[in-house]
Structure formats: C-alpha cells, structure tokens
Design a protein around this ligand. Sequence first.
Ligand SMILES: C[S@@+](CC[C@H](N)C(=O)[O-])C[C@H]1O[C@@H](n2cnc3c(N)ncnc32)[C@H](O)[C@@H]1O
Length: 688
Amino acid sequence: PQVPQSLSPLLYFFFPSRKQKPRSMGRLAPLSEVPINGEEDSTNSSKKGRGLTWRNWIKTHLSLVFNKKSDLRILLSVLGCPLFPIPLHPKQSIINEVSSSAQYIIQHFTAATGCRKLEGMVKSIFATGKVTMAMLDELGSGGSAAGANGVSQKGCFVMWQMVPDKWLIELVVGGHKVVAGSDGSVAWRHTPWLGAHTARGGVRPLRRALQGLDPLAIAAVFSSAQHLGEKRISGVDCFALQLSADQADLAERGDKTAEMIKHVIYGYFSQRSGLLVYLEDSYLTRIQSPGAQPMYWETTMSTRIEDYRTVEGVMIAHAGHSSVIITRFGDNLKSGPTVTRMEETWAIDDVAFNVPGLSIDCFIPPTEVKRDYPEDDLATLFRTSSSTYFFTSSTANKSEDPVRPEPPPIRVSLTESAGRGVFATRRIGAGDLIHTARPLVAHPLLSTTHSVCYFCLRKLKATSQTQAIQFCSNECEEQSMGFYNVERRANWSDYDNYCRMHGLKYPLLVKRLACMVISGVAAADSFDILQPESLSPVMVSEMEEGFNLLRGAFTKANICDEQVAFLTKTWYTSVLARIRINAFRVELAGGLYEDLLTSAAASVEAEAAVGNAVYMLPSFYNHDCDPNAHILWIENADARLKVLRDVEAGEELRICYIDASMDRDARQTLLSQGFGFQCNCFRCSSGD
Ligand SMILES: C[S@@+](CC[C@H](N)C(=O)[O-])C[C@H]1O[C@@H](n2cnc3c(N)ncnc32)[C@H](O)[C@@H]1O
C-alpha cells in the first residue's frame, strides 16, 4: 500500500515497500564530499544542508558531546540506535548442551522467557515504543552532578527485525528523526544533521533488541559468555555474565588515530526469575591525532530492564531505563576529566512476530549510503568516542554487492614525514576525478565581493549597482542565512578596512566562521582537526588588531556575550593558524572541462581568483612540486580533485600548493615561509 507522506513518518514503517524507501530517503541532504559516482542532485539538497554537512559532521564527531546547544542531537546520537558490540552470526543459535555455568544461566533464561518456541518459527519481529531522553548536568573533575539540566525530550520509535541480522529503526524525538538499518551486510544510520553513514566494522545487532526485546538473540550472544559470579543489582540477586568484543572486531572499528581498546558487556540475569534484568556495556577509545597527546573516551551505558510481559507465550521486556556516562580524559585536557551523563526511559507499546509483507526489500540501505565513502578514514580518524553510537563508514562487504558502486579510491593515513596524507586505495587512471568537495567556509575577495555570489563564489551575470552583496540563486541565499543573518547586524567597515590596508584575506574567513558559530550552524571547534601553522609571538601579536575589530563589531551589534563567548583571542589565532595552512585560493576555470588536458589548461589560464575557501578532505593532501593530483574549480567554490597521471594503489596523492613553474629556490622559499616545511620531493632533491 502507498502511504501518503503527509502522514506520520512512523506510518511509513507500517507499510514498507521497496518503492517508498528511496523516496523517503531522496529528500535527505547529500554529504558534502560527494563521491565521483554520485550524481549531484539538487533535489537532494536540504535547505541548509549544502556546504554544511561536513561542519555538521565535525560538530557531531568532535564537539557535539560537550556542546549543550546540541543536547538533542547528542541524545539521539548516543542513545538513539547504538549497536551491540558482538555480532550475531547467522548460524548462531541457543545452545542445547550445558557445558559451563554461563550456559546453565542461559538455559534458565530461555526456559524463563519461553523463547525456545520461537526458534525456527520467528522470521521477523516488530515493535513500537516510546522514549524520554534527557541530558544530565556535567560532572567536572571531582564535582557532583546536580541532576537533569535541561528539558527532557519525548519521542517514539518503530523497529523491524528480520532474523537474524536485518533490522530497521525509526526514532523521532523532539522533532528530530533518526533512522538506522542493516541489510545483513552493511549497517547504516541517517540523521538530519549528518545524512546517511555506514557503520564501521561488521554488522551488529541493535542494542535495543538486546534490552529484553529479542530473547533469542540474547540467548545466542550470551551463550558464549563468561560467568563472573553473583551481584545484587537494584535489590535483585543476579548472575553476572561477561562478553568482550574480540580484538579483530575492535581493530575493524578503529584505525591509527582512534583505537578501540576494549568493549565489554555485562548481562545480569535474575537468580530468581532467570530473566535478563540489567545490561551494561562499557568501552574505551584512545584518540591520538598526529602531534597531539592521546586522549581517552570511556562510555558506559547501563540499562535496567523491566516489565516483562508475555507476547505469544514469550516473555518480552516492555520497559526500562538506560543511563550513559561518557568520560573524556587525557594529558591534553588541562581541566581534568570531563563527564557527560544522559538517560532514557523507554516503554514498548506493541510487539508482534512474523509480520506479513515484510521482505528483504524493506532493508535496502538509502541511496546516500553508497555515496558515503570519501569519509571512510576521516570518519574514524576524527571520531570522538565510539563507532557504537557514532556510525562511521566502512568498506566491509562492499565488493560483495554488485549493485553498490565502487567507493572513491582514497584513504587518509599518516605519512612518514609529512603528517597525514591522502593515499590511493586502488589504481587510478590519469584524468580521473577522485572526488569533489564543498567548502566548510568560503569568502569572496574584497575586490570580488560585488561580482561573485556571496555564498558559492560563482561569477554573477550582473554586478550590483547598489554595492549590496548578491547571491546567484535562492538556494545559495537560503544556505547563507546561517551566517548572513548575524553578519548583517554588524558594521564591518573597520574590519574590512583593516584587511584592505594590510592586504589580508583570511580574516574574512574567520569572520564568516564566527558568524556561523554564533548562528549555530557551525561548531566553534570545526577547524580543530586541521593542521595549524606554528605561530611566532610576533605573528600572534600582529593578529591582535583583527581580533579586537572582530570582537568589537559583534559587541557594537549587541550580540550577547554568551553567543560570542567562544570568540577569544586564542580562538581567533588558532582558527587563523589553520586557515593559513589549509585555505585554497579559488580560481574558476569556467566553461566545460571534459578531459584532463582541457581542465589543466583551463586552470592555468584561469582568470583572477574569486575568493578563498577551506575544505575538509582537500586539506589532507600534501604537497609535491611534481604532483600526481590536482584541484580545480569550474564554476563555483565546489572543488574537484583529479589525478594527473596513473597512480598505483598505496601511492600517496599529492597536489602542488604553489606555482610549480618557479625555480627550485623560489619554491623552497615559498613553501618554507608559507607552509613551514622543507620540500624534499624528487624534483627539489634533484635540483630541478
Ligand atoms: C594542507 S596540510 C596537508 C595535510 C597535513 N599533512 C596534515 O597532517 O593535516 C599542509 C601541511 O602539511 C605538511 N606538508 C605538506 N606537504 C609536505 C611535504 N611535501 N613535506 C613535508 N611536509 C608537508 C606541512 O606541515 C604543511 O604545512
């Protein structure tokens, strides 16, 4: 049956059909680093999505957890649809022979729930329920929590599960919707602020299913657990079983920068009733960015499982309470560990088995999932705490699916001597487009402000007679609202004059980022992951005037102190230090470029620059005076990364930061002064 989209979004799940799902997903914003295989579809751009998705992504992965403004997103990201760390293998079923005390406890559990009768009989499970989520006050080091700080958020969810490893959940809380699913080979999640993402590591079950909702899965995963002993939990004497994610799974979920150190699960089974009454999982992640001290994140989620009721003769838990504690600690956190707490109460309204009409078509991932690949390593590289609740990309099983297009052939990894770099994951042919990228922040030059779009830097057909800024389309105007509503409240003449007099362009990018932060569309630490230039005390003091003018413009515009609290001198200098190393001068090649020769020629002949922009993925390309890759712009600030010659798998992709036609000494001087490194590429070493 067709369900009108105007009905509750949850209704869509009552009538799953292959036709409906892509349509529902089709409205969702694409990721900003668009894979080469993805057609750019303007209908896919959410009003504020274009160009903001990376910022959103960073916000979630880097700063979200400790930014109270984003409470609802944090709650949904952490509690919404976490995955259980232990995969459910298709062949895994509940054991018949008891050879350990853990297996004895599981036998007791299967008898208590009566779930054996479901084995082989149940093909699908369906559940609907309600949730209430809240952030609790943060605990400082040694401090104490004062209780819930904000308003709790109410919502509901619908879950479908097809035995053993296909599932789908739609959760709507406080007007935000999160959808997650697994087709048995890839697990993904879609959020309005991130778009769709695949989960790194193998497919694992939804944690919600293990909270007393799917007794067969509980019996299957815990039958290989270790019996730890007995413990009294909330007045109930329990047997404690322990499971640990195995090292191979942990390795798959981490990388060189974010290492999953352990993930342990405890199941507490009531000695009296035999039922699972408490579930706890705890994991530790070590994050180390190049040149930085390691930082650790420990996340513990505990769920009290209650209100078992019979559904078709099987005991299913119908309510519970989960609490999460996230502790961030490490040498580089001067203020000591930070603790964030949140909680959820949930209740099941309806459970049914063997839902008619449910087929594997209902579990096909949204189309964006296959467009997700450029984030592959970045997502993990900068992940904050865990892939369990921050879904990240995975290449797992992609090759097994003939329908799924090849991912863009790159990964970000550490190089031997140039920090992080971008590497080819397969052979790439000369002239191939590697990926495109939308700016995190872009700004016209002062001289082009009235001749290019104030958002995307596209050249305008008619320049402004009134000297007002202009947008090339309604879409760009809408996407600018985030920063422009703030920017136009202030008078920028002093700041612009300061830039003009000193010939500075990067403070304009800082201004735009500051306006975006104030309006809430960017996190103050969006650029933290980019490599900074090391600034001398003289350079820092030279930036003071710009900082004072920027801060002053906001103060005079009566932007409240709380909104500009992030705008300290340290913030200003640190953002500028990153922009100086990572900003690109945008030069539009214009016109058509169909082949490599045309594009290379076009970029050489490009007219003067239209502005400057900072991107995420392009910021990780290192320099070579004889580069094998190339960045170019055709009609606006959306960048295209192309390969200049055949590149083999494993080879690092490098672009040229400067005019490669200069002689060796001039190149060396520019690179050392502008980017702080001594180039020892083949050309430089051979004196060319
Ligand atoms: C745009 S970033 C490139 C990504 C950077 N490696 C990172 O880890 O984020 C530019 C910085 O990378 C380093 N870099 C780039 N190319 C290099 C090269 N050929 N040799 C040494 N360092 C290089 C320099 O520190 C430079 O300032």
